[in-house]
Write a protein that binds this ligand. Structure first.
Ligand code: AMP
Length: 113
């Protein structure tokens, strides 16, 4: 897989403020937030997107979801709600080809699509 900006961020090669970090993921503010809370949860393992996940990535996939919940609680979204988005490839509008989950909240979000 080609290296991306998220690869560099997840390896600590580009200094960014981390909202959350554990063994599997790092979470950062999105550069162009689409909501009052817009955090990206980025696995440290380079994977293109959710379509590239393999059975051996089960633990990592779980860790991404757990981190999304942790980040949402940390950002105070427990009562108001949260949307988790995973874009993969062209029709979904993926622009950075390193798996990442968007954690969105802080306003009433529109319908999907
Ligand atoms: P996606 O369309 O799912 O690939 O989303 C990529 C997201 O990464 C977009 O919401 C961008 O605003 C965000 N983004 C791109 N570069 C950076 C960066 N250097 N730091 C933080 N967010 C970024």
């Amino acid at each position: 897989m080609e290296d991306t900006i998220f690869g560099k961020i997840s390896r600590g090669e580009i200094p960014v403020e981390k909202v959350y970090e554990d063994e599997f993921v790092v979470a950062i503010q999105d550069l162009a937030p689409q909501a009052p809370v817009h955090i990206l949860v980025i696995p440290k393992k380079p994977l293109r997107n959710v379509l590239a996940l393999q059975p051996e990535d089960r633990e990592l996939a779980g860790a991404v979801l757990l981190a999304c919940g942790e980040v949402a609680r940390k950002m105070g979204l427990e009562a108001s709600g949260v949307r988790i988005v995973l874009n993969a490839e062209g029709d979904a509008g993926q622009t950075v080809f390193h798996l990442h989950a968007h954690v969105l909240g802080g306003r009433r979000l529109g319908t999907m699509g």
